[in-house]
Design a protein around this ligand. Sequence first.
Ligand code: Z5A
Length: 219
Amino acid sequence: MSEQTVTKRGCFITVEGTEGVGKTTNIAWIRQCLLAHGIEPLQTREPGGTELAEQIRALLLSPRDEKMAELTELLLVFAARAQHLAQKINPALTAGQWVLCDRFTDATYAYQGGGRNLDKQTISTLENLVQGELRPDLILILDIEPELGLQRARLRGEPDRFEQETLAFFNRVRAAYLDRARQNPSRYLIVDASQPLDQVQQQIKLGLDNFISAGDTAI
Ligand code: Z5A
């Protein structure tokens, strides 16, 4: 009988939250924490991550006079995701590499489902179509009062199409994130992102260390 080497798929970690919550800041920290465990992740983001998917991102984020229909927005998000998965995420995971992604499908449930009130069943159907059985192994939600996050985000300059939304929109987005975490708590790590950065980072490190030591690295 011939011997076959089966590579265990890499672990898939995503980072989520409302505007200005500190994802960019903390992804660099997560990477450092993983490197300390000898894990070099592929770092990427959504929408985007490949040349074509980044072009779709530009369509999604640029403010325009013509109102983007909600279903157009949803389909563009999943079109970018299909490209990202095919070109980048799936090959890395299959090769056993860990993937660290700034936003993924929880953002779709939160922004298009919670924020835009689109039907969750439609999102779920597209999720199954585009991702098959792939779901993140760990979803880190940086949680903050949207008002505080928006204050932080607006310090950076011109708001994009999403940042122009109302506070009520971001409250719905936040509620949708927390609701998903409540439904499947073992997969989520919620960190209070309103704390000073060093405390946020301590909490993240603790959660990641626990996740790694539990060896729960592939589903
Ligand atoms: N979107 C969607 O609708 N559906 C989907 O399925 C997906 C996405 C995947 C782009 O996302 C948009 O796409 C997003 C939803 C939509 N909406 N918008 N806009 P994005 O992730 O690229 O955009 P973003 O949410 O605005 O992220 P950001 O601009 O990169 O912000 P951030 O990464 O969360 O924050 P940051 O840049 O790290 O921090 C903001 C500032 O706060 C900065 O000055 C930091 O120094 C400061 N900061 C960070 N942490 C702290 C603490 N703890 N204390 C004090 N100050 C802090």
